[in-house]
Write a new protein. Structure first.
Length: 308
């Protein structure tokens, strides 16, 4: 029977003394899928990934990779995955090129034409010693080694930390290429635009808890579009319509307005706007960042009874 999920996490908990870093974490990564694992620094992303990698042992629950236990079968699992952390530390006296070759050798892989292509794409000077590299260049070394590796699973934990925008785009292109080959990718990040460009599904973690998960399309459905409108008649009743949020009027006559609109209320809102005779109308579809901030704001303001 073919393994459908690369990673399966069920009721994962991790405690460090009395501190509960992870609380009942549940999610899976399917074959050929890019899963965005997002949350702010300190939310528990790296702790979850270290558990997946078998670097730390779960306090409760189960973590399986390729159908194997992440802790007891860590050595066998590591032969079939590539991993890049957010903070890369390299042997100071080796050159970048020597380090790439060593990392490949440790993964039972070889320097290939693809390795050379990646070195050129990321514009890495492989002749320099690691101790002279900036954070971004150290990140390039790890990315080139990982992306040169032919494995079914790639785990990236804040992979573009320190990279300039051009190299971020190159990384995104490489992830799309891996996905096209049927590879599975777990992409942990706090950069929302990065995940939005590459992810099929997302899992949002906050303070050691999964607060939401789903496909990008389904998550966008839950959030709001931004609307900018000008009409010939005043929009005084706009604030009374269910699904309209944070109305800002652009003039004293209230014929110009900007506001957030829940997706499910758009038909009602547009009917009202049409009755007020639309002059100009601009709608911006919801982004992952809008959704992300909304969930975080919701958690912070539920007790205060704030309408989100």
């Amino acid at each position: 029977m073919q393994q459908t999920n690369m990673i399966e996490i069920k009721h994962l908990q991790k405690k460090f003394g009395k501190f509960e870093a992870l609380k009942d974490i549940n999610f899976e990564l399917g074959t050929g899928e890019v899963l965005g694992f997002i949350g702010p620094n300190g939310a528990g992303k790296s702790t979850t990934i270290r558990t997946i990698l078998g670097l730390i042992k779960a306090s409760a629950g189960s973590v399986s990779v390729f159908g194997k236990d992440a802790w007891t079968d860590a050595v066998a699992i590591h032969r079939q995955l590539a991993y890049v952390p957010g903070d890369v530390y390299l042997w100071p006296n080796l050159t970048g090129g020597q380090t790439i070759d060593m990392l490949l050798h440790m993964s039972q892989q070889k320097h290939s034409q693809r390795t050379d292509q990646l070195i050129k794409a990321f514009a890495l000077d492989t002749g320099k010693k690691n101790r002279t590299y900036s954070k971004g260049n150290r990140q390039k070394v790890a990315l080139i080694a990982a992306l040169s590796t032919d494995v079914p699973l790639y785990i990236f934990d804040e992979p573009t930390s320190g990279l300039d925008p051009l190299n971020e785009v190159i990384f995104q292109e490489q992830v799309h290429a891996l996905k096209a080959q049927g590879k599975s990718i777990l992409l942990s990040s706090h950069i929302l635009s990065e995940v939005e460009k590459m992810g099929d599904r997302i899992v949002i973690i906050r303070a050691g808890e999964i607060i939401e998960s789903g496909s990008l399309d389904s998550m966008r459905h839950l959030t709001r579009s931004q609307v900018s409108v000008e009409t010939t008649q005043p929009l005084a009743q706009l604030t009374q319509i269910a699904g309209v949020h944070q109305v800002t009027f652009g003039n004293a006559t209230q014929t110009k307005a900007e506001f957030g609109a829940d997706t499910e209320a758009l038909n009602t809102i547009m009917t009202y706007l049409a009755q007020q005779h639309i002059v100009t109308l601009k709608t911006t579809p919801p982004t992952l960042e809008d959704m992300f901030l909304r969930y975080y704001d919701a958690k912070d303001t539920q007790k205060a009874g704030v309408d989100l």
